[in-house]
Design a protein. Structure first.
Length: 173
């Protein structure tokens, strides 16, 4: 569950990073997280959470109970509702555009992205050159901090899902 304290603690985890670019989803929770973490973020609408269409605002448990099977947005998709919803591939296309923007900044320094769990899991899959559905295999907690970068010129996860109880020390391998 998101709390203001988690956002402040996440900010402590990134103290010392030299951010060349800080971007946030336009949604209030992400903007507030950035603020509480002490990050001055530019809003990027491409970082908005996955549009769940007719499943928006509902829990996975409730959707599964209604559908009668082990539903996942990653594998089964969403249905039309007040909004049309997005496929995992459409979310990945947005994530790819964000990566096109941030990769040049990563050459000279660090980049911070403040966004939403499912979206960031898909962005990570795209960064790692995996299928977008690979994001289903990655756990990401609210208020956690992760570090993506390169190991021997290959995209890599350097630190993942670090919460306030764990120090954030990227691997140097």
């Amino acid at each position: 569950m998101f709390t203001q304290e988690l956002a402040r603690l996440a900010g402590a985890l990134v103290t010392g990073y030299d951010f060349r670019l800080v971007l946030s989803s336009p949604l209030q929770r992400a903007r507030r997280t950035a603020e509480l973490a002490g990050l001055h973020a530019d809003v990027d609408p491409l970082l908005v959470e996955w549009d769940y269409g007719g499943f928006e605002g509902r829990t996975t448990k409730d959707i599964r109970a209604e559908l009668g099977y082990n539903w996942s947005a990653f594998t089964h998709g969403v249905i039309r509702g007040e909004t049309p919803g997005e496929t995992v591939e459409e979310v990945a296309a947005r994530a790819s555009r964000v990566l096109t923007r941030v990769l040049p900044a990563m050459v000279d320094g660090d980049v911070a992205l403040i966004a939403h769990g499912h979206y960031l899991r898909i962005l990570t899959a795209v960064f790692l050159r995996q299928a977008p559905r690979f994001g289903a295999a990655i756990t990401l907690d609210a208020g956690s901090v992760s570090v993506l970068g390169f190991t021997r010129e290959q995209p890599a996860i350097l630190a993942w899902n670090h919460g306030p109880q764990l120090p954030l020390v990227p691997s140097e391998s």
